[in-house]
Design a protein around this ligand. Structure first.
Ligand SMILES: Nc1ncnc2c1ncn2[C@@H]1O[C@H](COP(=O)(O)OP(=O)(O)OP(=O)(O)O)[C@@H](O)[C@H]1O
Length: 233
């Protein structure tokens, strides 16, 4: 579904990514872990079209999309969800969700089904569907950001720190949400500081250090390599 090969990218003359290669298959969750500054966010942003790579290639569904912009990639089904909250504060919660489906042209039936699923996982968004998004807490805005991506039905979801700003109690529902999302066929690539929790749902784990991939293996192999035990779920 997604193949990254020999990717290099950075900021101005500062190189960050060095020869990064990995792939993510349909229906699997791939965890990207690594210390602060390892280049995880830069990697997601480069794949998502926000940073132009200086070398290497990105293939999505067998097509070369190296250097494509988010405007090209989102309608094709490759979607980046950044950390921090990027909702439209003056619009209602429901309108924010609706906007998520615009670029991908999700059909009405698929949209309604997706909204039902969202309201099941995040009942607070149903309760506040008509309230302005600015009235939501940080964690609720994060739920809304994920929901906007969900209704766009991406084939590849790149998700930076889905847990950011969320109470720990919300982590298992978020992880389960991502898991059911992957089960529907989406390749989910997540950067997550809560490695134990993410490992519980990930099929594979990739470890980055100073802009390079230093380990890539199954979740069990990742746990054996790093000594990190997946949280029970
Ligand atoms: N906009 C930017 N301009 C210049 N350098 C940047 C920029 N963003 C990140 N960097 C640098 O690139 C390197 C990789 O940062 P990146 O945010 O990709 O790491 P990360 O693994 O996601 O870390 P974190 O977990 O702290 O977000 C760091 O040295 C960082 O200082």
């Amino acid at each position: 579904m997604l193949e990254v090969s020999g990717l290099c990218a950075g900021y101005g003359r500062l190189p960050v990514l060095r020869d990064v290669s990995f792939s993510a298959a349909e229906g699997e969750i791939l965890l990207i872990a690594g210390e602060n500054g390892a280049g995880k966010t830069t990697l997601l942003q480069t794949i998502g079209g926000l940073i132009k790579p200086t070398a290497g290639s990105i293939r999505f569904e067998g097509r070369d999309v190296t250097g494509a912009t988010p405007e090209d990639l989102v309608p094709r089904g490759l979607r980046l969800v950044l950390d921090g909250h990027r909702v439209f504060p003056e619009l209602s919660v429901f309108d924010n969700i609706r906007l998520g489906a615009v670029a991908s042209k999700t059909g009405k039936v698929a949209f309604d089904t997706a909204v039902d699923q969202i309201f099941e996982v995040f009942p607070i968004l149903k309760q506040k569907a008509n309230d302005k998004a600015r009235s939501l807490s940080g964690g609720q805005q994060q739920m809304l950001t994920l929901s906007q991506a969900f209704v766009s039905q991406p084939k590849v979801l790149l998700c930076d720190e889905p847990s950011l700003g969320l109470a720990m109690a919300l982590m298992p529902p978020i992880m389960n949400f991502l898991r059911s999302w992957a089960k529907s066929g989406t390749a989910v690539v997540i950067v997550e500081q809560h490695v134990q929790l993410a490992l519980a749902v990930a099929a594979r784990g990739l470890l980055m250090q100073r802009g390079s991939v230093v380990f890539d293996g199954t979740a069990d192999e990742f746990a054996a390599e790093t000594g990190i035990i997946a949280a029970p779920h």
